[in-house]
Design a protein around this ligand. Structure first.
Ligand code: 7PJ
Length: 271
């Protein structure tokens, strides 16, 4: 899953148009690099970021969705707002990626009737404005797992088939460095929830905390983190660097396929 941010610094029409054009160009680049899904976000959810209005978010996201409608690639929209979800689905979104796990009033109802739409339920403690102030858990893995289980249940109770769901532990969302790496180390424990796992680690500060690199220079650590997440059971990785990540994962696939063939060979030898 390649990341497309449509978050202009300028709020003028010019800035918005420019940022939509840039987002569309970047999306085409990530498609060329081999992205399987694109995740389009119109509101920053980084720690301390401010919320934007429904209209502002729609003005950012919808033109990009419409421009990419012909590209055949499944499009995900990163939003927590039910109004944005509805418009995004009407504009052809294949997935709603909600860092708030459909907890906002009206969110479950906004997506439930659209049976073709996939949903990513992500764990977050607190809100983007406050989440990094003092995150606390008695057992990070168990609490994230319990939360995701509850959100799966809430989705199913609202009439959303389990086959439509993806879960995500929400790296960096209300978690200390220790919490983040404990979660990564035990990511495989979330696979028992029976729903595909998505992991977003790309360029996050937990990686920079280890290497000292600033966000745009965290490519190697991002590749390592994506590979580790996949080894630990992630089925989708949300990344900035699509080509580099795909090449790293191709090696992992080759190893797995080869291991599977070895088993076949040794079984047929025995027969
Ligand atoms: C995530 C996300 C993530 C999912 C962001 C950033 C912050 N959605 N949206 N998982 N992170 N599902 O990319 O650094 O980890 S925004």
């Amino acid at each position: 899953m390649g990341i497309i941010n449509v978050t202009p610094d300028s709020f003028s029409d010019g800035g918005l148009y420019l940022s939509a054009q840039q987002a569309i160009a970047h999306a085409k680049h990530l498609i060329d690099e081999g992205a399987d899904i694109l995740d389009i976000g119109g509101e920053s959810t980084r720690p301390g970021s401010q919320q934007v209005s429904i209209d502002e978010e729609l003005n950012r996201v919808i033109p990009v969705l419409e421009a990419l409608a012909d590209s055949q690639i499944p499009l995900s929209v990163d939003t927590s707002k039910p109004e944005v979800m509805k418009h995004a689905i009407a504009a052809g979104a294949f997935m709603i990626n909600d860092v708030n796990a459909l907890r906002n009033p009206g969110a479950l109802e906004a997506v439930a009737p659209h049976e073709q739409v996939q949903i990513c339920l992500m764990h977050m403690q607190g809100t983007p404005q406050t989440m990094q102030a003092n995150p606390q858990y008695y057992d990070i893995v168990q609490e994230v797992k319990d939360f995701l289980q509850q959100r799966i249940q809430a989705a199913k109770s609202a009439g959303i088939a389990e086959e439509r769901l993806v879960i995500d532990p929400g790296f960096g969302f209300g978690k200390t460095l220790q919490h983040n790496f404990t979660l990564l180390n035990q990511l495989d424990q979330l696979t028992s929830l029976g729903v595909p796992l998505l992991a977003g680690l790309s360029r996050k500060s937990m990686l920079g905390a280890i290497t000292g690199n600033s966000a745009n220079y965290r490519i190697h650590e991002s590749i390592a983190a994506a590979l580790l997440a996949v080894v630990k059971g992630a089925k989708i990785v949300r990344v900035h660097d699509v080509k580099a990540t795909k090449e790293a994962l191709a090696i992992h696939n080759a190893m797995r396929n080869c291991a599977a063939q070895e088993i076949n060979v040794s079984t047929s030898n025995r027969n």
